[in-house]
Design a binder for this molecule. Structure first.
Ligand SMILES: [Zn+2]
Length: 404
């Protein structure tokens, strides 16, 4: 083993090669540092005296399929300048870790294409070691996103761990980046965000969110200048939930077997946008059949499709006319679900119309949520919540495999 190979293969420079051992399928290189190159690790003085050494073993990049270790007796020296006895610096590894920086870089490189489990298996180390390597890298790059440039944001909560625990996500709608992940939901979860945001002097113009009061007051208090937009994504999501409830209730009440069956088959068709119905699979016909059988379901469905037009109007004036017209029709339908929906929308009228001032929607949040769901499905992705949160902060960029 030459000194230059030590450098080029493992990033180890300034040491001398001692010997190579092969043990239990591992390749073990022993290296040493010449006494005359030792420096005080505190003041850098070369005027030091040897005081023995501390033997350390570092895992480094494997050669072939074999785990490769570097054994280094780290010299301890007494400094004439500051009088202390210390270990000299080890430039190729963090002294707190059991592996070299080259190993760390290699594990990160593999992580771009492989799951943590696969990287750990390939390198013959534990899951936690690879997770910790990723975690430090993610923390360095994403733990403190810059907020100064924020103009348009979306705030939403996501359920984690079977719906009983939540995280609150803030998305930069201009860049698509997640800029904050808070513990829990509601106003309390956002507190650290406001603190950082005010420190950044960002001027937020608008915030997209759902119609629940959870974040509304927190935003009004902390961003009095910002427009609140109750956005399309959340409004339609709520409508679809209500529509599903209506269908379920009708299905429960139906006595006719055929009618029951038809209602059951329309579960997803009702939620689809009309233009996305698949002609080849007869989805249009199936839906028509179900709607013909049930008047209130038909009314709810057509008003759902109709409401989508609210966001397609040429401007605020038309948007206002459209919304008020829709509210009247829903009210006049005589169907409880639609009347309730109309009541909710009427109570949030100005926040709905605010769309025509700033044209934002939480739509991009849906993609983010789907990626988080993918991560969530991996049970061990959750062993370390801080790691999970860092992965969410990095989710808009191609970093590592989402799944653990
Ligand atoms: Zn010193």
């Amino acid at each position: 083993m030459s000194t230059s190979l030590l450098y080029h293969a493992f990033g180890i420079r300034g040491y001398h090669y001692t010997r190579t051992d092969y043990q239990d399928g591992q390749t073990i290189f022993t290296i040493h540092q010449e006494p005359e190159t030792c420096r005080c690790s505190a003041c850098g003085s070369p005027k030091v005296q040897s005081r023995g050494h501390v033997q350390r073993i570092f895992r480094t990049v494997p050669i072939g399929q074999r785990a490769t270790l570097v054994v280094l007796p780290i010299p301890r020296v007494e400094c004439q300048g500051c009088g202390a006895v210390r270990q000299v610096k080890v430039p190729f590894a963090d002294p707190r870790r059991s592996y070299t920086s080259a190993f760390e870089r290699y594990a990160l490189e593999l992580s771009r294409r492989m799951t943590i489990r696969d990287v750990a298996k390939h390198l013959g180390v534990g899951w936690d070691m690879i997770k910790d390597i990723q975690k430090r890298d993610l923390s360095r790059r994403y733990a403190r996103p810059k907020l100064k440039h924020l103009r348009h944001i979306a705030i939403d909560e996501i359920a984690i761990a079977k719906g009983h625990r939540y995280l609150t996500i803030v998305l930069d709608l201009d860049s698509g980046a997640v800029v904050f992940v808070g513990d829990g939901k509601g106003a309390k979860a956002l507190k650290p965000f406001w603190k950082r945001l005010h420190g950044s002097k960002a001027k937020i113009e608008a915030v997209a969110m759902d119609m629940s009061p959870a974040y509304r007051e927190a935003v009004s208090t902390n961003l009095p200048e910002a427009r609140i937009v109750f956005d399309r994504f959340h409004v339609m999501k709520l409508f679809n939930e209500k529509l599903s409830e209506l269908r379920r209730a009708l299905h429960r009440e139906a006595t006719d077997v055929l009618q029951k069956q038809v209602l059951k088959g329309t579960r997803w068709l009702l939620l689809k946008a009309a233009e996305n119905l698949d002609e080849e699979r007869d989805e249009k016909a199936k839906l028509r059949e179900a709607l013909a059988l049930n008047q209130s379901l038909a009314a709810a469905y057509y008003l759902k499709e109709d409401l989508r037009q609210f966001w397609e109007q040429p401007g605020k004036k038309f948007g206002t006319l459209f919304l008020d017209g829709w509210l009247k029709r829903a009210e006049a339908s005589g169907i409880k679900m639609l009347q309730e929906m109309a009541k909710t929308l009427a109570a949030h009228r100005s926040g709905l119309l605010a769309y025509y001032d700033v044209m934002i929607t939480s739509g991009p949040m849906e993609g983010t949520n789907n990626k988080i769901k993918t991560m969530k499905r991996q049970a061990y992705g959750f062993r370390d919540k801080e790691f999970f949160k860092l992965k969410i902060l990095a989710i808009h960029e191609t970093t590592y495999e989402l799944i653990g």
